[in-house]
Design a protein around this ligand. Structure first.
Ligand code: FE
Ligand code: FE
Length: 197
């Protein structure tokens, strides 16, 4: 595994840069995600270093104004249909580009885990799953079902992806929120019963 060099000082510096871009509350969330992501990486055999970096950076762009995202969507050649969405979708998918440029993170596995952390995807790497699940179950989260989600994550990571995806979609529908097509793809792959012939 191409483990990047990552000293305590590297981590401290990264934490400081991330902290400058968000509220105290969100930073606390980020540290919670990191704690869980590193634990899941150790449990399931992913790189704890990559888990730490991806977790620390996953919400880096969450508090950027919409016009900055719109600029990057046009500048970096994203599908312009993305302009019809909002921060909830942009901060991961487009936010990874802020992370790459401003924090000089080049590792494609880390950037992809950041891109997919909100919507998931049909195909997810181990690191993608870890960040997706850690974001959902970090110690600061409090919603009906979070205890069950945490228990599942300690036993079966794929089952945790399934649980989270099912409940996230149900929640979106319950609130009559738009569902980003990628979220539906995630649902169809991980949750929907497969037709058998
Ligand atoms: Fe997020
Ligand atoms: Fe988050």
């Amino acid at each position: 595994m191409n483990e990047p060099t990552y000293t305590d000082l590297d981590r401290e510096r990264l934490m400081q840069k991330v902290q400058m871009h968000m509220s105290e509350k969100r930073f606390k969330h980020v540290l919670g995600v990191e704690e869980v992501a590193v634990a899941l990486a150790e449990k399931y055999g992913a790189s704890p270093v990559k888990a730490s970096i991806a977790a620390l950076c996953h919400d880096y762009a969450k508090e950027r104004p919409d016009d900055e995202f719109e600029l990057v969507i046009r500048r970096d050649g994203f599908d312009l249909a993305l302009l019809n969405w909002n921060n909830a979708i942009w901060h991961g998918l487009v936010g990874a580009n802020f992370v790459a440029r401003e924090l000089e993170i080049e590792d494609e596995e880390i950037l992809q885990a950041i891109r997919l952390h909100t919507t998931g995807a049909a195909q997810m790497s181990l690191l993608d799953k870890i960040i997706y699940v850690a974001d959902y179950i970090e110690p600061g989260r409090d919603f009906p079902g979070v205890v069950e989600a945490r228990e599942i994550a300690m036993v079966d990571l794929d089952e945790a992806v399934r649980y989270e995806t099912k409940h996230t979609l149900a929640h979106l529908i319950e609130n009559e929120n738009a569902v980003y097509p990628k979220t539906l793809e995630t649902y169809n792959h991980w949750v929907a019963k497969k037709k058998r012939s």
